[in-house]
Design a protein around this ligand. Structure first.
Ligand code: ZN
Length: 404
């Protein structure tokens, strides 16, 4: 392979080639560089052109092979992208050695996966290819989850630590799915393989003076258009009770059903029960089950009354009372169910775990914003079945000589 590539000297295309700066770059002989390929190390001798105006140079072959500025071949880069999306950089390095017999040290796995993730994040912003809605009813969920950060990324930020400092930054996630499948009881459940994810550490807050919606609102809009959510006959936004979710839903997706994910609502009631009666106690279980049944039966007033009793003495109960009061129109579960809508998917919650938690929230992991965003983009692309499409665009761009 090495011999064959090095025997081909067609990359010497005359004494000069145009440089990106507009001036001419002059042929300056052949240069050697060693690349890590899936077949082992490859030392390539490539024609090198140097531009005096910008005091830099390039190798046309590197551009054609998509290895400019890299020390890994495209196939190895792609493998590293895959493992970097799924496991820690150290584990990724081990997998590369064990499965492909390609040595890539953990630091290089990190650099390569993050560089690829940044490319994917840019690609996600740039490319929206709208699909037809996959079903008459489409669901869009939003949620946030904290990711542990390096101290330097948190200076001056307020957080939930006892001293008011922060340990995490919030990743916001949007997920789209369909739920035409019915379980034994006829309840809509998520269709296998229908879930896509998009997420980043971004703000969802927009002020009246802003010309554009917030970064995250734009992300949610892109994902909605990509999936044909905006074209669906019935559109449902599901989320926890966080105000930013419903502000964004009002602004970006007017005229949709707004439903507080029953899974979240029940979780909040369990937290109150544990706080009042103690975790694991029979009373806590009894209280939470009663509230759960009331929610299921649409007896919001009964839930509010039960919370009211404890609101004076118990902080959790008071917070939950606010939450249910604010969101009661989004908690009309029997009505939603009667219309055949999915109200308790767990998809949103699972989305945070699957897309973010299992990769980014391990003991000892501390991220930079840029690093976390890159790996999140890589992972969302992979989990949403978009990595191949991205790779095709990347290869096509490299072959056209305009590596992004
Ligand atoms: Zn130049």
């Amino acid at each position: 392979m090495e011999q064959r590539l090095n025997a081909d000297r067609s990359d010497h295309r005359g004494p000069t080639l145009p440089c990106d700066c507009g001036k001419a770059a002059r042929y300056a002989g052949r240069r050697e560089k060693t690349f890590q390929s899936a077949l082992g190390e490859l030392t390539l001798e490539r024609a090198y052109y140097h531009c005096e105006a910008c005091e830099a140079g390039f190798c046309p072959r590197d551009r054609a092979l998509g290895i400019e500025g890299a020390s890994l071949s495209p196939a190895v880069t792609r493998m590293v992208g895959r493992v970097g999306a799924m496991v820690s950089f150290a584990e990724g390095s081990e997998l590369m050695q064990e499965l492909a017999a390609v040595p890539v040290d953990p630091k290089q796995v990190e650099r390569t996966a993050e560089a690829l993730g940044r490319e994917i994040a840019q690609d996600e912003r740039r490319v929206v290819e709208p699909e037809m809605p996959a079903a008459p009813t489409m669901y869009l969920g939003m949620d946030g989850t904290g990711v542990p950060m390096r101290a330097s990324e948190l200076e001056g930020r307020e957080g939930k630590q006892p001293d008011g400092s922060a340990k995490t930054r919030e990743v916001k996630l949007v997920t789209v799915w369909t739920a035409e499948t019915r379980d034994e009881e006829g309840i809509p459940v998520r269709d296998p393989g229908s879930v896509t994810y998009s997420a980043a550490i971004e703000s969802a807050a927009s002020r009246d003076t802003d010309e554009l919606p917030s970064e995250f609102a734009q992300r949610a809009d892109r994902e909605a258009r990509r999936r044909g959510f905006d074209q669906a006959t019935r559109r449902v936004v599901l989320g926890d009770g966080a105000p930013w979710i419903w502000n964004l839903a009002d602004e970006q997706f007017p005229g949709t059903f707004q439903i507080v994910d029953l899974y979240h609502a029940k979780g909040h009631l369990w937290d109150v029960a544990k706080d009042i009666y103690g975790a694991g106690s029979d009373l806590a279980e009894q209280w939470a089950k009663q509230r759960r049944d009331e929610l299921d039966e649409g007896k919001i007033d009964a839930v509010l009354a039960a919370l009211q009793i404890h609101a004076q003495a118990n902080d959790e109960a008071r917070k939950c009372l606010d939450y249910v009061t604010r969101n009661q129109s989004r908690m009309r579960y029997p009505e939603f169910r009667a219309q055949g809508l999915c109200v308790s998917s767990g998809v949103v919650e699972a989305g945070c775990k699957v897309a973010i938690g299992t990769r980014l929230k391990h003991a000892g992991m501390h991220w930079t914003v840029a690093g976390a965003d890159a790996i999140i983009a890589l992972r969302c692309s992979k989990l949403s079945g978009r990595f191949e499409d991205f790779w095709e665009r990347r290869s096509a761009a490299a072959a056209a000589g305009g590596a992004p």
